[in-house]
Ligand binder design. Structure first.
Ligand code: AP5
Ligand code: MG
Length: 209
């Protein structure tokens, strides 16, 4: 299975990816997670990406595209992969398309998780992540039950109301235009992202079946 998860910030891409990669036994490739790891490691790439991420801006295509094209050539991607948060601009979609064509590889599906703008801010502001396991929580809807996990939760630097608005604007301006690109290829599956994570997972699996 070679697939892409697209959706606005807070749509539940990371939440659903964690579930789907177990089912399909494919690596989860999140460009946001890759950049956050680079920031944490203090690499040159991390330093450059951090400036953009904190403001809710997109990291320049030139820094993203090579990173992903290199990642999907790794041996663990030979039989499939799940891209989360890439592509998110038209040049990124075109670069991926060209690289896959050159390698004789086809995508199976592009899943668009649709969530209205008015629900996004609450999800983003209350999101917390367990730095040890990567598990994603919501302080109100889905808090951790383990006190030790609760104590070590972290809040992303770009999960402020201000950065959230900027990310949402970027999504509509830069990322939404890739949706018709994949629609024209017959790959697009639109899934309603409102409801419990279990409900959304069932809808995605039905769309992929
Ligand atoms: P990235 O990390 O990709 O962030 P994003 O796209 O803004 O998406 P999020 O991770 O915020 O949300 P999500 O859809 O994964 O939702 P989640 O499952 O966590 O990118 C971050 C930044 O990196 C970008 O702004 C940019 O600067 C840079 N970047 C990354 N990729 C790039 C690229 N390709 N090009 C350029 N720059 C790039 O869920 C959110 C919350 O909602 C959680 O609290 C969760 O518990 C809750 N939740 C999930 N599902 C549900 C549900 N069904 N009902 C209720 N609550 C739910
Ligand atoms: Mg995510």
């Amino acid at each position: 299975m070679r697939m892409i998860l697209v959706g606005p910030p807070g749509a539940g891409k990371g939440t659903q990816a964690a579930r789907l990669v177990e089912t399909y036994a494919i690596p989860h490739i999140s460009t946001g997670d890759m950049f956050r790891a680079a920031v944490k490691a203090g690499t040159e790439l991390g330093k450059r990406a951090d400036e953009y991420m904190q403001q809710g801006a997109l990291v320049p295509d030139s820094l993203v595209i090579d990173m992903v094209l290199e990642r999907i050539q790794q041996p663990d991607c030979a039989s499939g992969f799940m891209l989360d948060g890439f592509p998110r601009t038209t040049p990124q979609a075109q670069a991926l398309d060209q690289a896959l064509s050159a390698a004789g590889i086809e995508l199976d599906a592009v899943v668009l998780i649709e969530v209205p703008d008015e629900l996004i801010e609450d999800r983003i502001i209350h999101r917390r992540q367990d730095p040890e396991t990567g598990a994603i929580y919501h302080l109100i809807n889905n808090p951790p039950t383990d006190e030790a996990v609760r104590a070590r939760l972290v809040h992303r630097k770009d999960d402020t109301a201000e950065a959230c608005r900027a990310r949402l604007e970027k999504y509509h301006a830069e990322t939404a235009p890739i949706v018709p690109f994949y629609g024209a290829k017959g790959l697009l599956k639109r899934v309603d992202g409102v409801g419990s994570p279990d409900d959304v997972e069932v809808r995605i699996k039905a769309a992929l079946a």
